[in-house]
Ligand binder design. Structure first.
Ligand SMILES: NC(=O)c1ccc[n+]([C@@H]2O[C@H](COP(=O)([O-])OP(=O)(O)OC[C@H]3O[C@@H](n4cnc5c(N)ncnc54)[C@H](O)[C@@H]3O)[C@@H](O)[C@H]2O)c1
Length: 387
């Protein structure tokens, strides 16, 4: 029987995937697994029984990753689970930039008392006329979970799409529509496109990537969309570009004091992933990762340990060892098992920065003495035997 604790409300559609072998506890101290959204965990003490933390969402700033790794607690997140929600809002953002829907709706609100509104509408509507997306060029920077969906959807709206991602994964490349132009440099995309949308993480080399120099390469009247992270865009440079008219419209999911209220800025209060479906998908993925780790020892989408998958546990015992990434760990594990005459039927070992994970399937049972000996090897952080 496994115990899980939810530090935040987690969508029921995810939790109902736990079967009768799982029980919910309100005491995080006795849990095998903690599911969390945004609750701050930096000041928490973790019991030695805690095996994993699953974050239903992508960002993990609220979780002390190194402290967890050192205690042998695997931290998972759910990348891509909210990608469709963000994609749909990006499409809405392009439409809001292309047509003055906001100005038009505001005018209707302002004139709600006017009995003559139907007649006035016909006179006034030309002030809110816009352009269409079909035939326009869209540049997508970052072709990960969200970028690929945006790029593919835009092709169906008749846009000519340019994609740029020097580190694109094989998986993402397979999903990408063949009609998308592969931009060899980001400058090519900046020069060509009428709409530019960024879908990269905030890293040292991406922070401030949209600034006065890169805007200088773009077409006058370009529309820029930022549903990724506020730090990717230099706010002061963006305000200057909006005021001078070099950028026609900046659609962002991140209100900042500089940009909010500037003409041409469409500022949305971080609604990209705020859909019922996104929350459901995150919960389902977090629970799936939890079950697979507890029952099979498999790690998928961890942020502090390497991913490692040996499939479903079969007959015999599966030993899982979280340890430091230092020489001769595998040699010590296998020598010890050989000494105990335990036959190894399958083995995997993966590392990520300072940490590593070893999974070993053995025929037969593993005694407490063997577990203790494995645990006492220097560099071992946590061992489990799944039977
Ligand atoms: N608005 C929201 O509510 C919301 C919700 C989810 C995610 N996000 C943000 O959206 C962004 C993308 O998320 P995702 O799930 O698609 O991430 P992802 O990890 O699946 O994809 C990111 C892609 O960016 C690429 N990349 C990295 N550096 C690059 C560079 N210098 N130039 C071009 N490409 C580069 C990577 O190769 C990867 O393919 C992230 O910043 C994430 O935080 C926002």
């Amino acid at each position: 029987m496994y115990k899980y604790n939810c530090l935040n409300p987690i969508a029921e559609v995810g939790l109902e995937r736990f079967n009768e072998n799982y029980v919910r506890t309100e005491d995080a101290g006795e849990a095998d697994a903690i599911l969390v959204r945004s609750a701050a965990m930096h000041e928490m003490d973790f019991s030695s029984n805690l095996k994993l933390i699953a974050r239903a969402g992508a960002g993990v700033n609220n979780i002390p990753l190194d402290k967890c790794a050192e205690k042998g607690i695997v931290v998972f997140n759910t990348p891509g689970a909210n990608a469709n929600g963000v994609k749909e809002l990006v499409i809405a953002g392009m439409l809001l930039a292309a047509r003055d829907i906001i100005g038009g709706i505001n005018w209707v609100w302002e004139n709600e008392e006017d009995g003559n509104i139907a007649k006035m509408t016909e006179k006034k509507k030309k002030a809110f006329a816009g352009t269409e997306l079909e035939g326009k060029k869209l540049g997508v920077i970052g072709l990960g979970a969200i970028g690929v969906l945006v790029a593919n959807a835009a092709t169906h709206l008749g846009m000519e799409v340019y994609g740029y991602d020097p580190y694109v994964s094989v998986d993402a490349a397979w999903k990408l529509s063949r009609s998308i132009h592969h931009a060899k440099t980001v400058d090519e995309l900046y020069k060509e496109c009428d709409y530019i949308t960024i879908h990269v993480p905030a890293l040292e080399d991406t922070k401030g990537m949209i600034n006065k120099d890169t805007i200088g390469l773009m077409k006058k009247d370009v529309v820029i969309l930022n549903f990724a992270r506020d730090l990717l865009v230099n706010s002061e440079d963006m305000v200057d570009a909006l005021v001078s008219g070099n950028v026609k419209c900046y659609v962002t999911d991140f209100p900042t004091p500089e940009v909010t209220g500037v003409k041409g800025a469409i500022v949305i209060p971080h609604l990209g992933a705020s859909t019922e479906e996104s929350e459901d998908n995150c919960a389902k993925m977090a629970v799936k990762e939890t079950i697979d780790y507890l029952e099979n020892g498999n790690i998928t989408h961890s942020v502090n340990y390497p991913d490692c998958d040996m499939g479903q546990k079969g007959e015999g015992s599966r030993i899982t060892i979280l340890h430091h990434n230092i020489p001769n760990m595998l040699g010590q594990f296998t020598a010890l098992l050989a000494k105990e005459k335990l036959n190894i039927s399958l083995m995997a070992n993966k590392s990520k920065k300072e940490y590593a994970y070893t999974m070993i399937d053995v025929d037969g049972d593993v005694s407490q003495a063997v577990k203790d000996e494995l645990s006492s090897i220097e560099g071992v952080l946590k061992i489990r035997v799944i039977v």
